[in-house]
Design a binder for this molecule. Structure first.
Ligand SMILES: [Zn+2]
Length: 270
């Protein structure tokens, strides 16, 4: 089925959001600034994104692994992101590139299950998690999987790791951009689609509310950079305004389903 979604024109892509889990959280734990709504609950949705061109199959982030999901209280896990992907067609071995927006556990879970993928990560992100500070900064440490980062780091030996400094066009029509803020080396992905540019912001803006109301998420590495990230994402999305947040259940409502069978678990962004 995925092949019917590949645009004919070179340099043009189709982007899908695949939701593999959800949970309910309290807004006071999600937003940096407390307000009168802090006691309200809010759904947190968990996604990976798939970008396909005529010749490329790119997975953006790697979700939560089944083993980790089992150990999490309150997570409604629909299944492995790879299972969802498989229902659209691509097998894990057909993913040629896995862009990691950042190295939190809910974005790296199935990296070890992608036998042919090149990993794309920002140098600052990799150096932070492999460096001396991460183990001491407990507010961030719990969000990280040592095993997943080791897998990505060791991929360098097999020539399967692309370490990026800043901005880079990986393929015609698809580029990565360092923004920082949420993590040391957070990056976003800009993809040229038939509907104009799509910016997969991932956790540079967890919810639409973060970027639309200039209201940072609660978990962050550097607050000024988080505001800088909002500005950069807006710039990168100029022309279409299509921004895809990392954890917003509204993505399901704003974009159409790929198939009736998968319903809101898989939507077409552009
Ligand atoms: Zn996340």
């Amino acid at each position: 089925m995925i092949d019917t979604l590949r645009p004919a024109a070179a340099g043009t892509w189709t982007v899908l959001a695949l939701q593999y889990a959800r949970r309910t959280a309290v807004r006071g734990n999600l937003f940096h600034q407390r307000d009168e709504r802090s006691a309200e609950s809010q759904e947190v949705a968990y996604y990976v994104w798939l970008a396909v061109s005529q010749t490329r199959t790119v997975l953006i982030d790697a979700g939560i692994s089944p083993a980790t999901a089992e150990s999490m209280d309150g997570l409604d896990y629909f299944g492995s992101p790879l299972q969802l992907l498989g229902e659209l067609g691509p097998t894990p071995g057909e993913i040629d590139t896995c862009i990691l927006t950042h190295l939190h556990y809910d974005h790296t879970g199935v990296v070890a299950d992608l036998p042919a993928a090149r990993y794309v990560v920002q140098r600052r992100e990799l150096e932070y998690w492999n460096g001396p500070w991460a183990a001491r900064i407990t507010s961030e440490q719990w969000l990280h999987s040592r095993a997943d980062t080791d897998h990505i780091s060791f991929a360098d030996r097999g020539g399967r790791l692309d370490i990026v400094d800043g901005d880079l066009e990986l393929f015609p029509g698809l580029s990565v951009h360092a923004v920082g803020g949420h993590t040391a080396g957070m990056q976003v992905v800009r993809v040229n689609t038939r509907r104009g540019p799509v910016v997969v912001a991932s956790d540079a803006s967890h919810f639409y509310e973060n970027i639309e109301d200039d209201s940072p998420f609660a978990i962050l590495h550097a607050l000024p950079d988080m505001y800088g990230a909002f500005d950069r994402i807006r710039e990168l999305a100029a022309g279409s305004g299509t921004v895809v947040p990392g954890h917003d259940p509204l993505v399901r409502q704003r974009f159409p389903a790929v198939t009736d069978a998968l319903g809101a678990h898989a939507v077409i962004i552009g």
